[in-house]
Design a protein around this ligand. Structure first.
Ligand code: NAD
Length: 400
């Protein structure tokens, strides 16, 4: 089958191919960080991870498997390889994840398809019933630009826009690498509603209802959904923009789920507010890549920076792991963004943000690091991989 040399195909914030060996190495290095020497055991927790193939979802799956011996069922929507076209990064990550679970004798099942659909929910439920019994933890880590609504058939597309007033701010053009001032016009009411339909909490409610109706949530099961807030410099485009309103909807629905779980199974539902990281989802948000490349320089210098795997290890070891009652903020949220929003970090971001221009961009921001981090997501520029060697891209998967 196609043995080929693969070089990154990047346009702006999109990379259309992926390197299987680089993805494997990325998964292995996350496992090395998460591994606690746990052997597979009969009473390991059963975890459902929705959005399990990249970013925070994959990191959660790895942290729970190698840190706690969890049996995981992961749901994601990834493109398999076809002819000379590579699979998507989440496809290769998940193939690698399965290879490693087989090697270390952990139980893992992956469902590849649209998590918003009734059909994939049913397929996941069938797998849980057949192989797992009940679920102890549901992790909701979806990031998607669209949702075909399973009840109405409407195809909702999310937008990343301010709400109310136009947003004026600095951004970096990922192709020309120039800092430019941009004006983004506010979303229409319909665009706001569409973004809430995609990235809000209705789909998580559907998941929880489906699981509860089949008695598939164990007594005291937890649900955790990921959110982001960020600082003032990204507020217009993030926290008070369309995506911020969607996250508010998610939080409100998580609170409703929390009440339901407490009532029915003595379980709990939480939002975890995670820090900004380089991911496929965050690269697509205007202003945010410039912010992240400045933030990383500042947090690295203070030895505070964390990747998704560091955040997820901290989430389960300090907040949501076995026998822990999580510390939460006044709104009931876990705050893994505490270091990003530390006053000295925020003050330095504010100061540098007001100064950044094309002249000083590379001193004030770690843009080289950002680009490397972005390429790493797709398995490129990963240490120890010889990119001049051909690799097999037509890799088969054990996904159902
Ligand atoms: P990501 O793009 O790396 O991962 C998204 C996941 O969702 C992938 O596994 C993908 O396959 C899956 N997915 C997308 N559409 C799907 C569909 N229709 N059906 C099934 N699976 C689908 O995203 P990420 O950056 O890790 O973000 C995950 C969550 O964390 C999001 O809720 C995001 O808002 C939140 N978060 C992200 C950041 C950040 O800086 N990236 C910070 C804080 C919180």
């Amino acid at each position: 089958m196609p043995f080929q040399v693969i070089k990154p195909k990047i346009r702006g914030f999109i990379c259309t191919n992926a390197h299987p060996t680089g993805c494997l190495k990325n998964v292995q290095s996350q496992i090395d960080l998460a591994r606690k020497g746990i052997e597979p055991t009969k009473n390991a927790p059963n975890v459902l991870v929705i959005g399990a193939s990249t970013g925070y979802g994959l990191a959660s799956r790895i942290a729970l498997t190698w840190g706690y011996g969890a049996n995981t069922i992961g749901v994601f929507f990834e493109r398999p390889p076809s002819g000379n076209k590579t699979g998507s990064t989440g496809y290769y990550n998940s193939v690698a994840f399965h290879q490693m679970t087989v090697r270390d004798r952990f139980t893992a099942i992956s469902v590849n398809g649209d998590a918003f659909s009734d059909q994939i929910k049913q397929k996941t439920i069938d797998e849980i019933q057949e192989h797992f019994g009940q679920i102890d933890l549901v992790v909701y880590s979806l990031a998607s630009p669209r949702r075909l609504h399973p009840k109405t058939g409407v195809d909702h597309r999310s937008v990343l826009k301010p709400v109310g007033d136009p947003c004026e701010g600095k951004t970096v053009d990922l192709t020309s690498e120039n800092i430019t001032e941009i004006t983004i016009h506010p979303a229409t009411a319909e665009e706001v509603a569409d973004t809430i339909a995609v990235m809000g909490g209705e789909d998580l409610e559907f998941w929880v209802e489906s699981l509860l109706s089949k008695d598939l949530l164990a007594p005291q099961a937890n649900v955790v959904a990921y959110s982001y807030i960020g600082p003032q410099v990204t507020a217009q485009i993030y926290s008070s923009g369309t995506i911020g309103l969607a996250k508010m909807d998610l939080e409100q629905r998580v609170n409703a789920i929390d009440e339901k779980l407490l009532d029915q199974i003595n379980g709990r539902a939480y939002v975890s507010v995670n820090k900004a990281v380089i991911s496929q989802a965050s690269a697509a948000i205007p202003i945010v890549p410039l912010y992240i490349s400045m933030l990383y320089r500042i947090m690295d210098a203070k030895n505070l920076n964390e990747k998704p795997i560091d955040q997820m290890i901290r989430l389960f070891s300090e907040y949501l792991g076995p026998n822990l009652v999580p510390r939460v903020d006044e709104n009931g949220r876990v705050r893994l963004d505490d270091r990003e929003l530390r006053p000295d970090v925020v003050a330095e971001v504010d100061e540098k943000w007001s100064l950044v221009s094309n002249d000083n961009f590379h001193q004030l921001a770690d843009f080289e690091g950002y680009k490397r981090g972005f390429r790493n997501l797709f398995g490129f520029e990963v240490d120890g991989v010889d990119y001049d060697q051909p690799v097999e891209t037509e890799v088969t998967s054990p996904f159902v």
